[in-house]
Design a protein. Structure first.
Length: 173
């Protein structure tokens, strides 16, 4: 492991569905090793649909989206964290000065590698290839208050749209 480039994710195990006895039985027959995750220079795809900038996805997850979820403009961003990629693209679309949409940004720790449709981005045969596509359920932690998108207000900033599903829990019934 190169220091600073990969990090162990820990030894916590998640189980489900099933009861604890099933988990113990499975663990007795399997010996899972620790996972590792890249922590620098990661690739993210960010979707801009209408006036909404959707949270970053890994290229493998984006490649597995269904036909109704692939529209809009897609930005391929290299950054150390999804928040770096999202903040970069959000500021760029909102028209904040000092941010660039091509190459390494001078205003934040992100680099724009390309802008295209998702179909063309995947077809570019970037390092993730179609065989690595990983469908993910649209699941969120119940206590999460992180919006799923921001509405971009060109020239004036952005806002969390009140109709975002994650915000519905915050408004009184």
């Amino acid at each position: 492991m190169t220091p600073g480039s990969r990090a162990p994710t820990g030894h916590d195990l998640l189980w489900g569905p099933g009861d604890p006895a099933d988990a113990v039985e499975w663990l007795a027959g399997h010996h899972p090793g620790p996972d590792q995750v890249e922590t620098i220079d990661r690739l993210f795809l960010i979707q801009y649909r209408g006036d909404r900038l959707i949270l970053p996805r890994s290229p493998a997850v984006a490649a597995a989206l269904g036909p109704g979820e692939r529209d809009g403009t897609w930005y391929l961003i290299r950054a150390d964290a999804p928040s770096h990629a999202f903040n970069h693209q959000r500021r760029l679309l909102a028209g904040e000065p000092g941010h660039t949409g091509k190459g390494e940004c001078q205003g934040c720790p992100a680099e724009t590698l390309g802008t295209n449709s998702l179909r063309l981005a995947v077809a570019r045969r970037a390092p993730w290839g179609r065989r690595d596509a990983k469908a993910r359920p649209a699941a969120r932690v119940a206590m999460s208050r992180m919006p799923t998108c921001n509405r971009i207000l060109p020239g004036s900033g952005w806002e969390i749209p009140p109709d975002d599903p994650s915000m519905a829990r915050l408004t009184p019934a």
